[in-house]
Write a protein that binds this ligand. Sequence first.
Ligand SMILES: Cc1ncc(COP(=O)(O)O)c(C=O)c1O
Length: 444
Amino acid sequence: MTMPSTSRTRSQQWFERSQQSLVEGVNSPSRGAAVFSPGPVFLERGRGSHVWDADGNEYIDCMMSFGALIQGHAHPKLVEVVSQTMAQGSHFAAATSAEVEAAERLRRMVPSAEVVRFTNSGSEATMLALRLARAHTGRTKFLKFEGHYHGWYDPYLLNAHSHAPEKLGPPENPARMPDSKGIPAAIFDDVVLAPWNDVAALERVMKQYGRELAAVITEPIMANMGCILPRDGYLKQLQSLAQQYGALLILDEVVTGFRYAPGGCQEYYGIQPDISTFGKALGAGFPVGAVAGPRSILDRMRWSEDMVLHYGTFNGHRLTMKVVAANLDLLSVDGAYQKLHAVGNVAISGLREVFRRRKLNAIVQGFGPMFQIYFTDRNAIHDYRDYCTYVDTHLYSRFVHRLLERGIYMTPSNGLHWIISTAHSEKDVAVLIEAADLACTDLR
Ligand SMILES: Cc1ncc(COP(=O)(O)O)c(C=O)c1O
């Protein structure tokens, strides 16, 4: 049975009040009125796969903190670890056994991780990865792909947002569109932009710039235009092209890490990055990131006059490190990933069936623990340009707002994705499918 959420009075009152103290009433535009109409739902508590808002309405959470909550809300083991650790002191900014134990577990799960450096967010991890790559290669330029988001560090903020198709320019020479004001134009002189999922295009770009590149950075699954899968063999070809030109491959697994397999997408697709970045699911709801790779690269951070500098009061935060270790232990239990995939696949096939029955042109793209719905006439969305050209993001937003009224919590932004955590059950999926079916009534 779906759970219709009736009143939003308290959320609206909080939203009015929040405008006095916070810009747009929130701490990131993706949480406010730019996405939620007429304003955001204020969430007050969560347990397992469910959340409750300020008006007491209950929802099944399918956004899961943009994917951070791989164990759902308030997992009993993590609550216990946090309470015990907190009672002993949350952080010392000193060497601790907690950070060693967290790093050991990460190394066990991710074969390319010879050594690890923890940061406080995915953005910090990708910043550090680029600095390491530049120091290691002695080169300055790097290649990023259209529509990929790697956090809010200046040089990554080129063509990370979607735009009207007529603004994109030709794929062989994409129009360069900064995502933020306040970034000196010269920063982007070092950024080479290429379309993703297109080997021929990448070969052309590498031929021109490959020898100047410190790194090629990519998401393994494009997770900031919904959920766009790499074409068969694409990531392997990308890896070998980077290698051929002496550019490091930075695999940004901030979204995909610890989600598809113990070793993330690099395990799933059989690729060996030079540097990997993690975040989100690593911390099961606590703010953390990580850079992992071989000693030959990460050892450049060792103290010396020539070191790559990476400081941070909160690096290896003790409380967070305890959560990371406990989270990775939970994910290492037999069957954890099978369950994530099985529940996700039931949701995906159920939603596909709803759209088929309702005769709506919609596809569900992805597999297992992460997927996205696109209202489109196409059979698949393969890249940024497909997303900008063929996806009806307004219809998606309407659909999700209807789901919010029926007890399903999700962001109406089509650029994000549906997340299955270990807390979700097939019962939750059945509720989602029923709500989705009702939300489709007279949708167009
Ligand atoms: C692929 C990718 N990399 C990096 C980041 C930045 O992570 P954070 O938001 O923790 O700074 C994100 C955030 O959504 C992301 O999707």
